[in-house]
Design a binder for this molecule. Structure first.
Ligand SMILES: [Zn+2]
Length: 63
């Protein structure tokens, strides 16, 4: 199992890798902000994306 973090909004996903018998060219967008999370072009592709809990909002930031 692998982990990836959205660079834009910070939510984390887990995913697994799958080997295909053909090449695939695609990408997966963050469900929260639409940012492209990961893109691939080859026969090993990420799959079974699972959204982990959104990190707690920055409550510690005081101005
Ligand atoms: Zn995001």
């Amino acid at each position: 199992m692998h982990k990836i973090k959205c660079k834009n909004c910070g939510v984390e996903y887990t995913y697994e890798e799958e080997k295909l018998i053909f090449r695939d060219d695609d990408s997966y967008e963050c469900l929260c902000c639409g940012n492209t999370l990961i893109s691939w072009n080859g026969s090993v592709i990420p799959t079974k994306f699972k959204l982990l809990k959104k990190p707690i909002a920055d409550e510690n930031i005081d101005k």
